[in-house]
Design a protein around this ligand. Structure first.
Ligand SMILES: C[S@@+](CC[C@H](N)C(=O)[O-])C[C@H]1O[C@@H](n2cnc3c(N)ncnc32)[C@H](O)[C@@H]1O
Length: 335
């Protein structure tokens, strides 16, 4: 059987089962199963597939028809241009989480400093390891409640060559570590418990519940984390987290109640406020926000009481070849 006819048949089966964009999905599946790029599929429809290739495609297609995401089938996910292994214990990292990495990098005053980072709810370790890939002298700790997730993150750190700068522990948020962190990142579970049942099967059946369930209103993890931030951060240290759609203002209030100052919010590629940034006030000093008014009126952006910064994730910038758009700067007044 030829590549072209098998591809046509697979797309037809996906379409009949109600999958959106069946041709694109089928091409992704074939490229992964045959370990080739999509251009090869289009350019060689007449190629005869051997029995091993046909079996591999059939096995992948069965799993896709059962709503298993391709990243789960392959056990791998690309994030921030790096290759991460997944496991049953880990959340499958989503592209929008790159917004958090981008926001932190833009906020750091000295990327060459020996920064100490903490990643709460680390999963595969994507947030910490992506930051370490950009910050040559930084080191960090990733914490997850699930032992299997910490083990997967350790494996990713070793495979990416960061084992000397990253440690992964099992724990309940930051309870097991002492303070002194210059930056803390988190992408905690934020789906309200009543909404879990209506998630698509690709999410509900394959991401661990511990990675999704944010309690009755979706905000339990933010409350737990925020309580500990003043102890964990150095004065002037930054906290960045991902938030669910419509949660930015509520999470902002939780952070403010813990004494943190807002440093901004960044939208993802869909324009949804996705990353929130806050700072612990510096001792004897005051953080001034400059350019807020001008930025607000120019962009006309608001989310709750927060003004958003127009940051665009790196992938989008690279795709468009454009330069970093203007942003609001943080300045500290002299003590
Ligand atoms: C949405 S996932 C994010 C994983 C990863 N940071 C990412 O962005 O792909 C949330 C993670 O928080 C972890 N988690 C949930 N409750 C926790 C707790 N009390 N303490 C530490 N980690 C927790 C989950 O096991 C899961 O790995």
């Amino acid at each position: 059987m030829t590549l072209g006819s098998l591809l046509f048949e697979a797309a037809a089966r996906l379409a009949a089962a109600g999958f959106e964009e069946p041709r694109r999905r089928a091409r992704g599946l074939f490229a992964a199963a045959l370990d080739c790029d999509r251009a090869h599929l289009v350019g060689h429809p007449e190629r005869e597939l051997d029995a091993g290739e046909r079996e591999r495609i059939a096995a992948f297609l069965r799993r896709m028809l059962a709503h298993e995401p391709l990243s789960r089938i392959l056990g791998r996910r690309e994030f921030w241009g790096l290759d991460f292994a997944l496991s049953k214990a880990t959340f499958d990292p989503r592209p929008e989480t790159e917004t958090v990495v981008e926001a932190v990098l833009k906020e750091l005053e000295d990327p060459g400093a020996p920064l100490r980072l903490l990643d709460l709810g680390t999963g595969t370790g994507v947030l910490l390891l992506s930051l370490l890939s950009e910050l040559p002298n930084a080191s960090g700790v990733g914490i997850d409640r699930i032992e299997g997730a910490a083990a997967t993150a350790r494996g990713n750190a070793a495979a990416l060559g960061f084992e000397g700068r990253a440690r992964f522990l099992v724990g309940d948020w930051g309870g097991a570590v002492l303070g002194g962190f210059d930056g803390i990142v988190a992408n905690p579970p934020y789906i309200p418990t009543p909404a879990l049942a209506s998630l698509p099967p690709e999410v509900r059946c394959h991401d661990p519940r511990a990675a999704l369930d944010g309690g009755a209103d979706g905000l339990d993890a933010y409350r737990a984390i925020a309580r500990d931030l003043p102890r964990l951060l150095v004065p002037g240290g930054i906290f960045a987290c991902e938030v669910g759609e419509g949660q930015a203002a509520a999470v902002g209030e939780i952070l403010a109640a813990s004494g943190l100052l807002f440093a901004g919010a960044a939208p993802d590629l869909a324009g949804i406020p996705r990353a929130l940034l806050a700072r612990l006030p510096r001792r004897g000093g005051r953080i001034q926000k400059t350019g807020w008014k001008r930025e607000r009126s120019r962009l006309g952006l608001r989310c709750g009481g927060l003004v958003e910064k127009r940051w665009v994730p790196r992938r989008a910038l690279e795709a468009s070849g454009s330069v970093t758009p203007p942003r609001t700067r943080m300045r500290r007044s002299p003590p």
